[in-house]
Write a protein that binds this ligand. Structure first.
Ligand code: NAD
Length: 243
């Protein structure tokens, strides 16, 4: 039986992509909801909710999920720290996958980066390079920020170790520094490389995103998985068994 999805944000870029891919992943859209629609009229008929809309919509949707005991996948970003803390308490009442990046490859990159940083240690100079399209308004990307968090955690460094770009007479590279470089241009969807360089060898872990189908496929995969879980908030590392 195909998994029945209530899709919130169905007219958006991600909503349309998920609707287009559901059929090939043993899922169907039982309700396509966007601004102005009443999700409560359709929720009883779904197996799982997927939300890629706007952060203001998450609270009401989670209340509805909790009331009807429906599992939920949240891909929407942009919640403030306080807002997110309150929403997480509500989300924990149902099986919920909440992730800022649903790409399976990026989530594996997170896990590989943690492993590499732990095994290679402080002898390996570590730098993160990301490239995105010319329209992107922030830097470094959220995904690069997560990679940096992981490296800092494993190397037991504070955010003071981050070195954003280099220019002028910089002096020799310090062992405890972690370089961050944001390239911008063209229509690049999102490239991320983590470099570990020692005297005599270099390891590079690279992920390149081609289109937003990777996030949609990851979200549908998460929906199949979360429909069988107990109430709790999970992330993509849980879905992929990477913890
Ligand atoms: P978009 O602007 O193309 O689409 C958002 C849709 O949500 C629109 O159709 C809009 O009308 C609808 N919407 C707005 N308010 C609503 C409400 N109250 N109820 C129902 N629908 C509402 O945006 P997008 O590119 O599809 O991205 C949507 C969200 O997903 C953003 O927060 C984005 O950052 C996030 N995103 C996350 C990932 C991930 O992997 N987690 C990947 C891509 C995008």
């Amino acid at each position: 039986m195909a998994l029945k999805i209530l899709l919130n944000g169905s007219k958006g870029r991600m909503g349309q992509t998920i609707a287009g891919l559901a059929g090939e992943m043993n899922a169907s859209i039982s309700a396509a909801i966007d601004t102005g629609d009443d999700a409560s009229k359709h929720i009883a008929g779904c197996d799982v909710i997927i939300d890629f809309s706007t952060h203001q919509a998450t609270g009401a949707l989670l209340e509805l999920a909790a009331k009807y005991g429906k599992p939920i996948v949240i891909g929407t970003t942009g919640h403030g720290a306080d807002e997110k803390r309150k929403l997480l308490a509500l989300a924990a009442q149902v099986p919920c996958v909440w992730a800022g990046n649903f790409s399976v490859g990026v989530n594996l990159l997170f896990a590989l980066t943690r492993r590499a940083a732990a095994v290679l240690g402080a002898d390996y100079d570590t730098e993160v390079v990301e490239m995105h399209h010319r329209f992107k308004k922030d830097a470094p990307s959220g995904t690069a920020a997560r990679l940096l968090e992981i490296i800092l955690e494993e190397r037991k460094l504070s955010a003071d170790a981050l070195r954003h770009g280099r220019s002028g007479i910089t002096g020799e590279r310090k062992a405890a520094e972690v370089g961050v470089h944001a390239l911008r241009g063209g229509d690049v969807v999102g490239d991320h490389t983590v470099l570990f360089a020692a005297l005599g060898e270099r390891l590079e872990l690279t992920h390149k995103a081609g289109d937003r189908g990777i996030f949609a496929r990851g979200a549908i995969r998460a929906a199949h998985w979360v429909a069988k879980q107990q109430p709790r908030v999970y992330d993509m590392q849980d879905v992929l068994g990477l913890k």
